[in-house]
Design a protein. Sequence first.
Length: 358
Amino acid sequence: MTRQENSELRTLQVGFMPLIDCAPLIAAVRLGLDRRHGLQLQLHRQASWAAIRDKLLSGELDAVHALAGLVYGVEAGIGGPQAELAILLTLNQNGQAIVLSPPLVQGLERGTPLPELLAALPRRPVFAQTFPTGTHAMWLYYWLAAQGVDPMTSIQGVTLPPPQMPNALARGELDGYCAGEPWAVQAEALGAGARVIRSGQIWPGHPEKVLACRREFAALQPDLAVALTATLLEACRWLDEPENRKQAVAWLADPDVIGLPAERIAACLLPADGGNAEHRLRFHANGQVNFPWLSDGRWFLQQFRRWGWLTDDSGEDDALLANVHRLDTYRQAAEQVGVPLPGADTRPNLLFDGDRSS
């Protein structure tokens, strides 16, 4: 690339967390997909989801790898500053896990109900998630409630960055946590705990991380938003090929990205077991993963009401989601890179306890 061509690239500052599902951002840069669309993405690893949020809102970052629930929480002004954000596409489905301490895992294996196990602990149970309205909090609270444990009254919930969770569990400071991979694999490697359920078993094909930006960025620079969306769509499509994932393992193991041994990255990105495809980490699935389904957003808002964080009725939900989900931007980007578009903006969802939403 000549200096003149390089000077024509639009530079964007993009934040990510050290998780397996940051892979589309890493792949987009390593493969030069950003340059193909006239962009130069400068990636910045962040220490916490709160840092991701704050730097996005301040303008230090133009776009971020974000928890879907974080976007809705900021939009609703729950537990922090209210701001207008936009979801450009979903980066992945599934790929998270709930991890418990060895004594709790052993108790469950003996058939003891979780409420009894928690009641027998010498202190109030402590469970960690990564952001108060984030996806990990939603999967953790939903699963606990299904076991007969009220997550609002029966446990102490704490927020921790994912890389800190395995060691906190090993030290006995936590009884369990929910986080994205590879931090369940890391807990098992340390002998600190074990995975009891994958998030894809709780809600097969659930939305997880999204590409988010400030709404004014999407509205005032529509061509830039389309180019960014198209770049990540191509990266997600590339990652759905097994041979390509093998190449991505080394990129993610880099100390500047995740910084764990390649075999632990591979255990998450290249699962050895067949299993149910709907439960496994997916990045594209012919665009079914990436479309920002309005029905996914409705589910999160329903959960916010369930836990008492939203007290208004649901009459304005569709208007809120229509602003957050940049469907026109996504459609333009998908058409540019040849990704099929669905015939509707919603999809049926079925969770493991029989709950349905659409």
